[in-house]
Design a protein around this ligand. Structure first.
Ligand SMILES: [Zn+2]
Ligand SMILES: [Zn+2]
Length: 350
């Protein structure tokens, strides 16, 4: 198969022929029809993820067709249209038994714990636990986003954030996850304040339902701007970028008893990030993490997509072939860009 591979962290990845993967007894191999470019892929390429071993094939938000299934797989067969959460669960540990597959104790993640989907084929573990059927009328490019950015945003806003109609929701960082969160919060009846340094990203945030936008490139204190616009602070606030600055701004822009949800990854040399805990105490804030979304909780989200209430298709702003993926991966660091790029590994396009 053809795949994007890197031998060293931070050095250019290249497209190469690699052996086709084979399914584990409980797993499948999926022919990748579309796979999204995500900032987590960039972090992995930079060497920020301890699960990665070299050489490595990135890619974790994918959709495609089951090519082969292991002999212990009962629910899926070749030809099925599928996607997966980027956290693939074991299905049998205590967390999985409680339904919390997104924090499985023996999780695997394509593109991190093993070779991922910037390739024509990808192996996925525990297929009966993790695969999600993609409806006929949902394109692969749109379905790919469900595996990471869109499902992650859905869990952060709806499941962890417990958004309610009429609430103020602040979204710090309007990349793929942030824009998804803006759309989901607005569709839930919340009033959304979107914060980003990019006017193009803020323009998209407005299109997707943000009531107000804050241009962080010219607003030194974005938390103060959120407090002002919301008449005292957001009920729910997300750091969808992942940086000490946006994390603190998210917490500092909450009203009393507000909820902060940390969605963006926070890699740091010592593994810690400063958080304004004094404010968390004084205002009785809730500080929550959000990590993907369990496959078995996809149906309510898919129903909203089917009904047209949520439009993940609008987030896909460009489609490229495999040969253009290494440069696009490298570009994510400096300029995350507005909207989502999807790689189609079988397309003849560069
Ligand atoms: Zn991702
Ligand atoms: Zn598990």
């Amino acid at each position: 198969m053809r795949a994007v591979v890197f031998e060293r962290y931070g050095e250019p990845a290249e497209v190469r022929e690699l052996p086709d993967p084979r399914p584990a007894p409980h797993g499948v191999v999926v022919r990748v029809e579309a796979t999204g470019l995500c900032r987590s892929d960039w972090h992995g390429w930079q060497g920020h993820d301890p699960d990665i071993t070299l050489p490595h094939v990135p890619g974790h938000e994918l959709a495609g067709v089951v090519e082969a299934a292991g002999d212990r797989v009962t629910a899926w067969r070749p030809g099925d249209r599928v996607t997966v959460p980027f956290v693939c669960a074991c299905g049998s540990c205590p967390s999985c038994a409680a339904g919390d597959h997104q924090v499985c104790e023996r999780q695997t993640q394509p593109g991190f714990t093993h070779w991922g989907s910037f390739a024509q084929y990808v192996a996925l573990d525990h297929a009966d636990v993790n695969l999600v059927a993609v409806p006929e009328d949902l394109s692969y490019a749109t379905a790919a986003s469900l595996g990471c950015r869109f499902a992650t945003a859905f869990r952060a806003v709806v499941q962890q954030g417990r958004v309610a109609a009429g609430e103020w929701v602040a979204v710090h960082g309007c990349g793929g996850v942030g824009l998804s969160a803006v759309m989901i919060a607005a569709a839930s009846g919340a009033r959304v304040v979107a914060v980003d340094v990019s006017p193009a990203a803020l323009e998209l945030a407005r299109e997707f339902g943000a009531a107000h936008v804050v241009d962080a490139s010219v607003t030194p204190d974005t938390a103060a701007a959120v407090l002002e616009l919301t008449g005292g602070g957001a009920h729910l606030s997300l750091d969808a970028l992942g940086s000490p600055v946006t994390c603190a701004a998210s917490v500092n822009g909450l009203r009393r008893r507000g909820r902060h949800v940390q969605v963006g990854l926070l890699p740091s040399p010592d593994g810690t990030t400063p958080v304004p805990m004094a404010r968390a105490i004084a205002l009785e804030l809730e500080l929550l993490g959000s990590h993907g979304m369990a496959a078995h909780t996809y149906p309510p989200m898919l129903e909203l997509v089917r009904a047209g209430v949520l439009r993940p298709d609008l987030l896909v702003t460009s489609t490229i072939g495999l040969d253009a993926a290494p440069a696009a991966l490298a570009a994510l660091g400096a300029a995350p860009g507005a909207g989502v790029t999807v790689v189609e590994p079988w397309s003849g396009r560069a």
